[in-house]
Design a protein around this ligand. Sequence first.
Ligand code: SF4
Length: 362
Amino acid sequence: MEKKKIAEKIVEGIRQLNLNLKIMHVCGTHQDTIVRYGLGDLLRKCGIEVIQGPGCPVCVTTPLEIEKGIRLAEKGITLATFGDMIRVPSRNRTLEKIRAKGGKVKIVYSISDALKIAEKEEVVFFAVGFETTAPSTAVTILNEPKNFYVLSCHRYIPPALDALLGLGEVRIDGIICPGHVSTIIGMKPYIPIAKKYKIPHVIAGFEPLDVLLAVYMIAKQVDEGRYDVENEYIRCVRYDGNEKAKKILNEVFEPVSAKWRGFPEIEKSKMEIKKEFEEYDAEKIYEDLLEDIEEPEEPKGCRCGDVLRGVIYPQQCPLFGKICNPSNPVGPCMVSIEGACNIEYKYGKMYLNNDRNKNWNN
Ligand code: SF4
């Protein structure tokens, strides 16, 4: 059967359940699929609202962590990081601006690019990302690299889900779990959260059909009064995840409590480099340069925190599209290609003639 027909069949299945649901996902790639293919509008017509939570690693990195990266670069340390990070503003400056003034800030596409830099000079890898990207950082540390240090901002997704549902600010009837992260962690970590809050969880892939099917699976669970963890992404995600990657993560990192942008401290949610590997930990190596940094204020008027908790849609931020746009981002959600504001700005104009505007506040 062609994809369009399958999609129509799934949407019809959702429509027939005749439910009114609010579903959250925590993945920039899911948001891209939902907005790019107009699934949000399609589902809204079936009574289903899908919102993005804290699923963009650049966006959830705190102002304090950004400030630490900036401090190292300002002090002449070579800093390697992914492209989006260099444009996140902090106190009216960015790593990009520091680079323009001669700072040694290097954009890398993977950790192996950063290792190449370490062949010539000392480098700090400013590491962001969830359980998907952290294993490559862990493997690199286990390989005992020379001239190489890590400023770890890696995070665990399940504690953030727990914290978000615990806050209870937004009605959430189901969670679409991130496919990439779940290839590593599997299904088990979501089970206690689903039980605690009595909310269905479905792991989903990234094709439009994956997302539609995950929404149908959640709706079906709600209809039947279940709150299980189910796996739509069976072509990639196993029940136990990737045992080898999990072992490597546990070997190098330990979970510590930490803030996420827009959130209070979340228990056991950040990957801190274990003491036995502290010779690679930039927080320890450059402790004297970093110890006096104070947490900067969020940029004035920016509501990234509310966007990340699903409390508002990007368009409800008063700066969206006026002062804040991808050429002049005020907050990280407009910088990152996985940020809800960036995605909405990029694709939102494609749907100007439909009824999405009047539904935003419903
Ligand atoms: S539109 Fe800009 S200022 Fe507003 S929440 Fe998004 S990134 Fe922050």
